[in-house]
Design a protein around this ligand. Structure first.
Ligand code: PGA
Length: 239
């Protein structure tokens, strides 16, 4: 694991974006994945600016979203797809060659999960997987107890995830399930970039980086990846 302690959130976002851009410059046909959540907003801004200024050409590259709440689609505010759309896809002056955003509102979620896996089979493996980390150590919606070699799947959301998601939905929406890329797909990425900022992430980062590798803390699997980078601000590095 490559641990990069950054001065602040902006520095973290910029350094992570520089790595993402250099990976795409080396692999212009690569498949990349970015998460939803609060953490990656700065990276989305940096990356969009890099693409629109011509610093990196994504016209042959491919994009897949990481996860989605079951019940929500790309036009639903608070969904991961909507976050991807508003902060990235709609802002790009030129699109990716192929884009797949998971549709959590699909009636047949099994079919939706199969479509996600097919897209990754055709365009993958991932060149870069960018991730946030949940307070329970989840990556995407790979919750406690997940198989390390899982593909895209539908999962019951952990209690911690359901508590934290209230920041997006309040009492208006209370999803029980998510669709997510699996850890097997994430671990096949050439490069993994995990972002974490804020003191509230310090304890789980310590467990992820230096605790025993166990599916009870899914992010510990990154200790087994040969090319994983963890970018964190000083507050998240506190422990
Ligand atoms: P956050 O979510 O970026 O909103 O903290 C991270 C996650 O739960 O994966």
């Amino acid at each position: 694991m490559n641990i990069v302690i950054c001065d602040n959130y902006e520095d973290m976002s910029k350094k992570a974006c520089d790595l993402l851009v250099s990976c795409l410059q080396e692999n212009p046909n690569g498949l990349i994945s970015l998460p939803g959540g609060d953490t990656p907003l700065g990276l989305f801004r940096e990356f969009t600016a890099a693409v629109n200024s011509g610093n990196v050409d994504i016209s042959a590259a491919n994009y897949v979203s990481l996860d989605e709440w079951v019940g929500l689609g790309i036009d639903d505010e608070g969904s991961c797809g909507h976050f991807n759309k508003v902060n990235l896809l709609d802002k790009l002056e030129k699109p990716f060659a192929n884009t797949y955003v998971i549709n959590g509102a699909a009636e047949d979620t099994t079919n939706e999960k199969d479509k996600l896996n097919s897209f990754i089979d055709v365009h993958g493996p991932l060149c870069v997987s960018v991730l946030g980390i949940g307070l329970n150590g989840h990556l995407g919606f790979n919750e406690e107890g997940v198989c390390f070699d899982s593909e895209g799947h539908i999962t019951a959301l952990a209690e911690t995830t359901r508590r934290v998601m209230r920041k997006y939905f309040g009492d208006n929406f209370n999803p029980e399930y998510g669709i997510t890329q699996g850890l097997g797909q994430i671990m096949k990425a050439n490069t993994i970039i995990l972002l974490a900022n804020g003191a509230h992430k310090a304890e789980i980062l310590r467990k992820a980086i230096s605790g025993p590798v166990t599916n009870e803390v899914p992010a510990t699997v990154l200790q087994n990846h040969p090319n994983a980078y963890i970018f964190m601000d000083k507050a998240a590095a506190g422990e």
